[in-house]
Design a protein around this ligand. Structure first.
Ligand code: ATP
Length: 206
């Protein structure tokens, strides 16, 4: 099965996907797939440069994501334009990647970590969508502690996103990350066991 894993900033997506990887899932990071869509030589490279100027090309000839980020940050129209260029291509690339992994048949469970899964409309790629949620105060604390990110900054980013309630309504499974990492591991493991014990997908459980 293919699981789409989403959630807000700092909710614990990477933490959860790390646990899933340890359990035997193959994890694909949609961000990395996204970066590949506008590598030089790919069609989106030219489109990004055409819209955002030569200033976004770094000294290595590739799109400089920091420069691009500075341009689109705080400018909803530009951000929208960028997502119009890259989201459909990421979707195509993910679809191909998922089909390729399926053909190889090495892994029973594929997990795609995608923060913008709902915003981008990628739902149909997945058999099941899991959303990781965490109380806002936990996120503020964790990101201050782990990333040295100021709570006001985190709060502003949370406000700019879809709410957890909206995500939960659209997801199949909610993974609450409101305790410590060990508790998250227990939650994820339970979900994993439920999935992998079903039918022929139980090969990881011996
Ligand atoms: P982003 O979308 O911003 O990349 P994310 O959803 O992938 O974030 P993580 O990177 O997994 O979130 O978690 C954010 C930070 O909080 C990390 O430093 C992580 O180690 C920490 N963290 C996650 N879950 C817990 C937890 N239950 N207890 C303590 N710290 C946690």
């Amino acid at each position: 099965m293919t699981i789409g894993l989403t959630g807000g900033i700092g909710s614990g997506k990477s933490e959860a996907s790390g646990i899933l990887r340890e359990l035997g899932a193959l994890v694909i990071d949609a961000d990395i797939v996204g970066h590949e869509t506008y590598r030089s030589g790919e069609p989106a490279f030219g489109e990004v440069v055409e819209d955002f100027g030569n200033g976004v090309i770094g000294s290595d000839g590739e799109i400089d994501r920091r420069a691009l980020g500075k341009i689109v940050f705080g400018d909803p129209n530009k951000l929208k334009r960028l997502t119009e260029i890259v989201w459909p291509r990421i979707s195509e690339a993910l679809e191909k990647r998922i089909a390729g992994e399926r053909d190889r048949g090495d892994t029973a469970v594929l997990v795609v970590e995608a923060a913008v899964l709902f915003e981008a409309g990628w739902e149909s790629l997945f058999d099941e969508i899991w959303v990781v949620t965490a109380p806002e105060n936990d996120v503020l604390e964790r990101l201050e502690l782990q990333r040295n990110q100021r709570p006001e900054q985190t709060r502003a980013r949370i406000r700019a996103q879809m709410t957890d309630e909206e995500r939960e309504q659209r997801a199949d499974v909610t993974v609450r990350n409101d305790e410590d990492r060990a508790a998250l591991a227990v939650t994820v493991k339970k979900l994993w066991t439920d999935r992998t014990h079903q039918g022929s997908q139980g090969r990881h459980n011996g």
